[in-house]
Design a binder for this molecule. Structure first.
Ligand code: GDP
Ligand code: PGA
Ligand code: MN
Length: 610
């Protein structure tokens, strides 16, 4: 028997883009899929793919009267999070990957992965997904094309990106695109039946910043497989942004309107599973204030001709942490999900075909847990995985701001950095100036979460919440931030003001000192009042914190002692951070901007060290 000479679908491409056609052919020849499918992004395509996934058992259709057009899926128990240990920045020069990334020479990585990819799509369909990060109406639309052998990835990419025929048409015959190759790494022999969640124990998430390529192998989990997201919009885009003088950041974007109608735009960078999606969709508890959502994970920020920094959300959907999401904590997420059209991964399934996860109130008497097993409230394991996710269209968010589709973006007034720390870091601190703000961002510390494979709860430095996402040398990245502070017109007044927040400080008894969620609107109000020059602050060694009377806590059930504790700057705690910060900075060698050493020296002096 001879192999078919033409792979079905290969010669019926709906494009004549020469580079794209050549690449698709090359990948098909290497990976030997049964057929090639060009994704158009249409509703019938979604129906067909989700239908096939339901037939295969990978997706379970939820009860249409509760969650219309929505699906439940479970991954392989080993494939539940981003794999930072297996993530590589393959710059030509090792120094360009820097002290914080894994590196392998591009030629060597390509040799290794080419052997993994050889025949890896045997028995499977190879999908070609043209997509665009950011509005298609942008002056320079940022295209990508993902090749994948996972229909789950195609369906998820339809939620998360502007994809399909609209992107392909806009690309014409000569648009540049980031080539994104993904395989679950699980070829099927003739007659071999598929598993629910194919993946491979060998995993690589590789980035080639010079040639703007991404090669992902072995994992189907979103952060490793939806290559438009962290891989393109952060790792590759940050390298492009360095070259072109803009910023690709791990930030939510929100619009905040005061009772008087003053509009402010705020971007905030928190590490994964530290509160971006929740803050982006916040329902303020203080009367008269409104929040509208622009983005919950990624911001691309460029200076406008007026010298202000404008932010665009390149994504089209929300890929949010499920546990903890509830009508009390994040009602806007619940409303978004109620509209359907969502994919839930590794949450629990209720007997009436809805989803459930920890933090969603009292559990029902019986569930199917994320392993597919029976679960009752007496079970000793959580029903949902702590990094279980919802994937849902951002257009369904009831508080989506009108500016969302504006390719120009919104002018950012304030940047919040934040992390998850039980101790030390006050609820909110204002930086003295841009450089001090960059220092605060450069030294963010946060307890690790279930969003990445590995130990949870270990404090690590996470510069600008970008540690796993900087696509080049982190020292150069910090220098780029310092450079951005010179502004487009050398006017520091036009720069966003920088703040540092921590919703996660705990009391001696282990409970959160600050109620968080909607109550974080009180912190946003203080931020705006600082921008307006109307709120009092106390200058401490680490920056400006609210004078206890300047934070609006009216109507809040919070004791004086807890308020004091959540705002406290304890010099002893801060002195004990200094050795870690010093060690952190030493990692960067002479790449670290000298002004950041000066900031550390000034902090030490204010803390009475040396
Ligand atoms: P993201 O990954 O940065 O987008 O983080 P999420 O907004 O999805 O939140 C991650 C986890 O932190 C979820 O379990 C949330 O319920 C929880 N969380 C978010 N905001 C707060 C807050 O203000 N206080 C507390 N205690 N938990 C929060
Ligand atoms: P997030 O992103 O946790 O920052 O929302 C997803 C991920 O880290 O995989
Ligand atoms: Mn999120």
């Amino acid at each position: 028997m001879s192999a078919p000479t033409v792979t079905p679908g290969l010669d019926t491409a709906p494009t004549s883009h020469p580079r794209l056609l050549a690449w698709v052919r090359e990948v098909a020849e290497l990976t030997t899929p049964e057929r090639v499918v060009w994704c158009d992004g249409s509703a019938p395509e979604w129906e067909r793919l989700t239908g096939e996934l339901v037939d295969a058992g990978t997706l379970v259709r939820l009860n249409p009267s509760l969650k219309p057009n929505s699906f439940w899926s479970r991954t392989d128990p080993s494939d539940v999070a981003r794999v930072e240990e297996r993530t590589f920045i393959c710059s030509v020069d090792e120094a360009d990957a820097g002290p914080t990334n894994n590196w392998m020479a591009p030629a060597e990585m390509k040799r290794t992965m080419t052997e993994l990819y050889r025949g890896c799509m045997t028995g499977r369909t190879m999908y070609v997904i043209p997509f665009c990060m950011g509005p298609l109406t942008a002056e320079n639309p940022m295209f990508g094309v993902e090749i994948t052998d996972s229909a789950y990835v195609v369906a998820s990419m339809r939620v998360m990106t502007r994809m399909g025929q609209q992107a392909l048409d806009k690309m014409g015959d000569d648009a540049d695109f980031v080539a994104c190759l993904h395989s679950v790494g699980a070829p099927l022999a003739p007659g071999e039946s598929d598993v629910l969640w194919p993946c491979n124990d060998t995993k690589y998430i590789s980035h080639f910043p010079e040639t703007r390529e991404i090669w992902s192998y072995g994992s189907g989990y979103g952060g490793n497989s939806l290559l438009g997201k962290k891989c393109y919009s952060l790792r590759i885009a940050s390298a492009i942004a360095r070259d072109e003088g803009w910023l690709a950041e791990h930030m939510l974007i929100l619009k905040l309107t005061s009772p008087e109608g003053d509009v402010r735009y705020i971007a905030a960078a928190f590490p994964s599973a530290c509160g971006k999606t929740n803050l982006a969709m916040l329902e303020p508890t203080i009367p008269g204030w409104t929040v509208e959502t622009l983005g919950d994970d990624i911001a691309w920020m460029r200076f406008g001709s007026d010298g202000r920094l404008y932010a665009v959300n390149p994504e089209y959907g929300l890929f949010g942490v499920a546990p903890g999401t509830d009508w009390k904590t994040n009602p806007n997420a619940m409303r978004t999900l109620a509209r359907g059209n969502s994919i839930f991964t590794n949450v629990a399934l209720t007997d009436d075909g809805d989803v459930w996860w920890e933090g969603m109130g009292e559990p029902p008497a019986h569930l199917t847990d994320w392993h597919g097993n029976d679960w009752t409230p007496t079970s000793d394991r959580p029903a949902s995985h702590p990094n279980s996710r919802f994937c849902t269209p951002i257009s369904q968010c009831p508080i989506l701001a009108n500016e969302y589709e504006d390719p120009k973006g919104v002018p950012i007034d304030a940047i919040l950095f934040g992390g998850r720390r039980k101790t030390t870091i006050p609820l909110v601190t204002q930086a003295r100036d841009w450089t001090h703000g960059v220092y605060l961002g450069a030294t963010i510390s946060s307890e690790t979460t279930a969003a990445a494979a590995g130990k949870v709860g270990v404090v690590r430095r996470d510069p600008m919440a970008m540690l796993p996402f900087i696509g080049y040398n982190a020292g150069d990245y910090l220098r780029h931030w310092i450079e951005m502070g010179k502004g487009a017109e050398g006017d520091p007044d036009k720069l966003p003001k920088i703040f540092y927040v921590n919703w996660f400080r705990r009391g001696d008894d282990g409970r959160f000192l600050w109620p968080g969620f909607g109550e974080n609107s009180r912190v946003l109000k203080w931020v705006v009042e600082r921008l307006n020059g109307t709120a009092d602050a106390v200058e401490t060694p680490v920056g400006f914190v609210p004078a206890s009377s300047s934070l609006d806590v009216s109507g809040l059930d919070l004791s004086e002692a807890d308020l004091a504790a959540v705002l406290a700057v304890d010099a002893e705690e801060w002195r004990s951070e200094i050795p870690q910060v010093t060690e952190w900075f030493e990692k960067f060698g002479d790449k670290l901007p000298g002004v950041l050493w000066s900031e550390l020296d000034a902090l030490k002096a204010r803390l009475g060290i040396e």
